[in-house]
Design a protein around this ligand. Structure first.
Ligand code: ARG
Length: 596
């Protein structure tokens, strides 16, 4: 069954056609002014010109053509020719009943199934996961779930950063620490005791050296990177040890965040394809020599930007910049592994679409990669999409840092959120009678709900300020508020069950029953928009609107104290609300506890 806006659109289109008006302008949408009408159509304005009439007149003839139907009352006219619709209680009850009975809670599936790879998370080996990867993980996980739920075949891929210069840097640091790699026994012993904490300390120290102009370290690290990529067995062995230590820690982090991948691949997994890919690019005449490096130009004719040189003068250069495929040391770069990964995905997943859920500041990089991929005929440009997002900022408006100025580790962030969740639960006198295990489980779920919902309630392109106190509030537009509402419905349903009360056919009488049924109907529209725009934010909005509609329904329409058919109908509405809210939260990656 289609949602009410779709049904109204179809009925309105029939009226348009009847009147000789172009039905493509007959769309009926949810109104942004529900006080004037629940649904509205603006198309009379668009078709008036072609019909040579005033919009008001057109609207009047449409309204007259509608009469009253089972679906809606005769529309009213507002302003210059807007049509406002009010659906009938019967149509609403039918739709709510459908949602109540439907395993997908009223959601529609995609018409044409696609094969979709979602590239998200993207942590770097030897760097640990920090909050920079938090948004990529949260948004990517939700996008993956939304696509899968609507029927696409979806692969989430972590695309670990494990093949670049940073690997050479850490190998160089280890070489200094051990005074060279000649003593095998010493090296083996060191690799056995390697921890992520050590890698996390080594990496920034050596990255800082290079940044401060230590040419010796830079050159050795470049050589080490080239040796690793060239297949030097010693370098591969050291790399493997670092990789495994990082990967194990990151798997733990992802698990505690409720993020899971189908493919735990990384840049390094594309390495075996690089040599052939370079040959192929060469054969296609796409590779150019550029100061010892090899590049693919991706700018079209006339695509230029102004660039300021070191001496202050301004020149025009091609834009986007060329993609650097082989460095002057012969190494693969960030863009090289991304391009080879496209070749790999085309071979293995045969995707209709690859979504890259990555910080929007990497937009230029992806534009280069996508254009190069299209030029080389690996995949069509329109099958590649960068799903960019803004930053999570500190109170100073800059990307979030710890008080000490460092990047906050994901585990520490989750730990802080759990601590706050415990406090809030205690303040709200929740969980005094729980076992310690259950209390901890609830605190964890509240913490993750707070972090994820705070993120997803913003449109992904918008940056937001990290404010744990606000995220963790039990009131307002927060994750904990939504969990609390869901758990409240669970407890009502449990009580009903104990009293032997069962749900029955849904009827819509009271205004707040009406509002709740309208909220239930809106799920599919929100889901489709979230899908089309790759923006879970629309589902976050829906979750909040639904929770509020339930809350107001529950205030005005007592369930268990009422009787007979009314009680059975209200109970069915409550159960439908719980099912849809739980499902919506799940699509956001948020788990609801049994009680709290
Ligand atoms: N590792 C990268 C970073 O930390 C993110 C990877 C994003 N995905 C990709 N295919 N490039 O910035």
């Amino acid at each position: 069954m289609k949602d009410l806006a779709t049904a109204l659109s179809a009925a309105n289109a029939a009226v348009f056609t009847e009147l000789g008006l172009d039905p493509k302008h007959a769309d009926v949408r949810r109104s942004d002014r529900p006080d004037l009408g629940e649904f509205q159509a603006n198309g009379a304005l668009a078709v008036a010109k072609a019909a040579g009439k005033k919009p008001q007149e057109v609207a009047q003839s449409v309204a007259a053509g509608w009469n009253a139907t089972d679906l809606a009352e005769t529309p009213t006219i507002a302003g210059p020719g807007f049509l406002n619709f009010k659906v009938t209680p019967d149509a609403l009850a039918k739709r709510a009943q459908f949602v109540a009975d439907d395993a997908q809670a009223g959601a529609s599936a995609v018409e044409t199934k696609r094969r979709v790879v979602v590239d998200y998370g993207g942590p770097n080996v030897a760097k640990g996961m920090h909050v920079g990867h938090l948004r990529a993980s949260i948004i990517g996980e939700s996008v993956k779930r939304i696509y899968r739920f609507r029927g696409d075949e979806v692969w989430g891929d972590a695309h670990f950063g494990d093949w670049g210069f940073q690997m050479g840097l850490v190998i160089t640091a280890l070489e200094d620490e051990l005074g060279g790699f000649d003593d095998r026994a010493k090296l083996d012993a060191r690799l056995k005791t390697l921890t992520l904490e050590q890698l996390e300390a080594i990496y920034p120290a050596y990255a800082a050296k290079v940044k401060d102009g230590d040419v010796d370290v830079r050159d050795r690290a470049r050589k080490a990177t080239a040796a690793l990529q060239g297949g030097n067995p010693l370098h591969r062995e050291i790399w493997r040890a670092m990789h495994d230590v990082s990967m194990a820690a990151q798997k733990r982090d992802f698990a505690s965040l409720g993020v899971n991948f189908d493919l735990w691949l990384g840049e390094s997994d594309a390495d075996p394809l690089i040599a052939d890919m370079v040959k192929d690019l060469e054969a296609k005449g796409l590779l150019e020599e550029d100061q010892g490096a090899r590049i693919v130009r991706v700018a079209g004719p006339g695509e230029k930007k102004k660039k300021k040189l070191d001496d202050g003068s301004v020149v025009e250069v091609e834009s986007p910049d060329p993609l650097l495929v082989v460095s002057s040391e012969g190494s693969a770069m960030y863009g090289t592994t991304d391009l080879a990964t496209i070749v790999q995905r085309v071979r293995d997943q045969k995707p209709d679409m690859i979504l890259y859920v990555v910080d929007q500041r990497q937009g230029d990089h992806f534009e280069q990669v996508y254009r190069a991929a299209a030029k080389a005929n690996y995949i069509a440009r329109e099958k590649l999409e960068h799903v960019g997002f803004g930053t999570m900022n500190g109170a100073d408006g800059k990307p979030f840092k710890t008080r000490a100025g460092g990047v906050l580790k994901l585990q520490d962030l989750i730990g802080q959120a759990e601590e706050k969740a415990r406090e809030r639960l205690k303040e709200n006198e929740i969980g005094a009678d729980f076992s310690e295990e259950e209390f901890e489980d609830v605190a964890h779920k509240v913490a993750i709900a707070a972090i994820k919902f705070a993120d997803l309630s913003n449109f992904r392109g918008t940056s937001y300020v990290f404010d744990l106190d606000r995220f963790m509030s039990f009131e307002g537009k927060t994750g904990p508020y939504l969990l609390y509402q869901a758990v409240r419905i669970k407890s009502i349903l449990r009580k009903a069950d104990e009293q032997g009360v069962t749900p029955g056919p849904i009827a819509i009488a009271h205004e707040s029953e009406r509002a709740l049924a309208l909220a239930l109907d809106a799920f599919d529209g929100a889901l489709r928009t979230a899908y089309d725009k790759k923006a879970p934010h629309f589902l976050a909005e829906h979750a909040y609107a639904l929770a509020q509609a339930f809350s107001s329904f529950y205030t005005h329409c007592p369930i268990l104290p009422s009787e007979g058919a009314v009680r059975a109908s209200r109970l069915a509405l409550a159960a439908a609300a719980l099912k849809q809210l739980t499902l919506t939260l799940d699509l956001l990656g948020i788990d609801v506890p049994e009680r709290m």
